[in-house]
Design a protein. Structure first.
Length: 221
């Protein structure tokens, strides 16, 4: 037996059906939301920069990097998710607030996180592009402007971190290439010599711990 808006007995039934459709749509777009409205974008870009800088080809594999990025994203976003659940989802499931108020409440902690981790120049850029009226307060900035500016900020910050990651490994490449050239071993690929030294350096300085700590602490919660 199917149920549609045409078979609804009252406007309340139609509203419930539309809420179900909205919920299913959100679940369908969940992967995209995870990428653009959380810390996932910055983390996965930094991880790929690190692997490229170390020259380890497919190690760690993409599945491992994505899994680590998702786990760190859950860890970073846990306070935001807790606020959303406390302020919006829990009252809604307790049937103390309507669906519209639930969505309005859920946006508050999410917008707070996005704006806190977005550069002002990126917000100004998308406000100019959208030709929207200049907001008097942060709360008046449109949601689509906040999300777009946040994504741009995440990409820019990730590239800045990636540049800093490349520097020490680039120095190792220069040193190894110079030594091999001075020894007349021009036929030996420098990568074969530099990669073990890069891995050794990264392990000695506890690279994964430092990188994960820096990524987590780079967010304002």
């Amino acid at each position: 037996m199917t149920f549609g808006a045409a078979e609804a007995a009252s406007p309340r039934d139609v509203a419930v059906a539309l809420q179900i459709v909205a919920l299913l749509t959100i679940l369908t777009l969940a992967p995209a939301i995870l990428m653009v409205m959380t810390s996932f974008t910055r983390i996965i870009i930094v991880f790929h920069f690190l692997r490229t800088a170390m020259g380890t080809a497919q190690m760690p594999p993409n599945q491992i990097l994505v899994g680590m990025a998702i786990l760190l994203t859950f860890f970073i976003m846990a306070p935001v998710a807790s606020d959303v659940n406390k302020q919006a989802l829990a009252p809604y499931f307790a049937e103390t607030i309507p669906f519209q108020e639930m969505t309005a409440r859920a946006k508050v902690p999410i917008r707070k996180f996005l704006i806190a981790n977005t550069q002002n120049k990126d917000l100004a850029l998308f406000l100019d592009i959208s030709r929207a009226e200049r907001p008097r307060t942060v709360d008046e900035i449109p949601d689509h402007v906040v999300v777009a500016a946040f994504v741009l900020s995440e990409i820019q910050i990730a590239f800045q971190i990636g540049f800093l990651l490349f520097l020490p490994f680039l120095i190792i490449d220069f040193v190894v290439s110079s030594v091999l050239l001075s020894m007349g071993m021009m036929m030996l690929p420098p990568v074969m010599i530099s990669v073990p030294f890069k891995i050794l350096l990264f392990v000695l300085v506890d690279g994964w711990g430092l990188l994960v700590t820096s990524l987590v602490k780079s967010y304002y919660l």
